[in-house]
Design a protein around this ligand. Structure first.
Ligand code: MLT
Length: 410
């Protein structure tokens, strides 16, 4: 008889965003006239930059030309894309990252889950709370946790609460952990980490032989020039950090799919015999075996992000969403709500009024305002009493949603 991976039975409810979609679809079926506005999942709404579209159209033409046609590409991504990323995203910021330390992929969500393939099962793992649920659920699936308690916290994980009191940046743990997930600008709180805060993490990781998984999917939204965009801007990070980046939010690739991971060649972890093993070699082996690369057409689209036009167009896209975030912050504050984030990030983190639970407030907004947000408790126990508003939508929808939510507080 075939058996299953029992770890899946430990997972609480559905993955957050499908669960929201299920509730919204039920409401929409029962209320077909309701003019629903979705500010829940951080999915982009504005068209792809022209530079990316033109590059992809040209790439499709290449595929119709026997001389330019491409079959399987390199599993790690084409050199012309990796070189531009290395030069413009990293070296231009003083980061010592070379093109062959960059691996092109079809998404940061996938990379964040897949990276666990190359790590052992006995690592102690720290996550912030609230947290992007993928970090937790992929560890549950891999059997790295115990069961969840009634608050949804899994046994075996070290939860680092991030609250208004600590500016939504976790305190460095007092105990030793082997793997640490950090996300800056943060999903869901919109918080950013200063250079000093990141240096403290790098120092901790180096002192304890830990590896930091640094999710920088929202780095393009950093508007404060003092905030680092990459963990590799911090001295020592090459020896203790893997970074994940994405074209989803800066260039609108959520449906097009392209991302990257950075695994420095200097990064090692221990084998069970105590020897040091280069993680780059393992990740390269893993990707070469389980992944056949991102399509040529999509990689050409991503490459166009680094052209002069592409840079200007992606900057304009990011500014557009940041302006939405500003409107959300201002309107929610004016309605008397406590707001955080949304300055260097496309997410605004809002305290629910009158201690209403996150899901109760979600239902209230869905039923009374027909606006979808994300309940904070879906990101972890410490997210209870908050909700997240995504700035990814049209200006008209953001204005209308803010008008409707504000009307609840008049
Ligand atoms: C979110 O809403 O948190 C993001 O869209 C999730 C993701 O990028 O996978």
């Amino acid at each position: 008889m075939a058996t299953i991976n029992d770890n899946y039975l430990k997972l609480k409810a559905g993955y957050l965003f499908p669960e929201i979609a299920r509730r919204v679809n039920k409401f929409a079926t029962e209320n077909p006239q309701a003019p629903i506005i979705r500010l829940g999942i951080g999915d982009v709404t504005e068209p792809l930059p022209a530079a990316c579209r033109e590059a992809m159209i040209k790439a499709v033409e290449d595929m119709g030309d026997r001389d330019k046609f491409k079959g399987y590409g390199p599993e790690q991504g084409y050199a012309w894309l990796r070189e531009k990323i290395a030069a413009q995203d990293f070296q231009a910021r003083g980061c010592d990252i070379s093109a062959d330390e960059i691996f092109i992929s079809d998404g940061s969500k996938c990379d964040n889950g897949n990276i666990l393939d190359i790590f052992g099962d006995n690592n102690s793992i720290a996550v912030t709370d609230p947290v992007y649920p993928v970090y937790v659920d992929t560890n549950v699936m891999a059997g790295h946790t115990g069961e969840a308690n009634e608050k949804g916290e899994y046994g075996g994980l070290v939860y680092l609460p991030v609250t208004a009191e600590n500016n939504f940046t976790a305190q460095i743990p007092s105990q030793k952990v082997d793997l640490i997930y950090l996300c800056f600008p943060n999903n869901p709180t919109g918080a950013v980490a200063t250079r000093e805060h990141l240096q403290a993490w790098v120092d901790y990781a180096k002192a304890n032989g830990s590896i930091i998984f640094f999710d920088a999917a929202y780095e393009a939204f950093i508007s404060d020039p003092t905030i680092p965009h990459s963990i590799y801007e911090i001295p020592g990070a090459r020896d203790c950090a893997i970074e994940f980046r994405s074209f989803s939010k800066n260039a609108g690739f959520t449906g097009t799919r392209c991302a990257l991971s950075v695994v420095p060649k200097t990064l090692t972890a221990k084998a069970s015999d105590g020897s040091d093993v280069e993680l780059w070699k393992l990740w390269n082996r893993r990707q070469s075996t389980k992944f056949n690369g991102v399509s040529y057409v999509v990689q050409r689209g991503a490459e166009a992000v680094y052209s002069i036009e592409g840079q200007a167009q992606t900057k304009a896209l990011v500014s557009f969403y940041l302006e939405n975030a500003k409107i959300i912050r201002e309107q929610m504050s004016a309605a008397g709500l406590q707001v955080y984030g949304g300055v260097n990030a496309p997410y605004v983190w809002v305290k629910t009024p009158d201690n209403i639970t996150s899901w109760d407030f979600f239902d209230k907004l869905l039923f009374n305002s027909n606006v979808v947000v994300t309940p904070g408790s879906g990101f972890g126990a410490a997210g209870e009493g908050y909700f997240r508003i995504s700035a990814f939508n049209s200006r008209d929808n953001v204005n209308e949603a803010m008008k409707r939510i504000s009307a609840q507080f008049k």
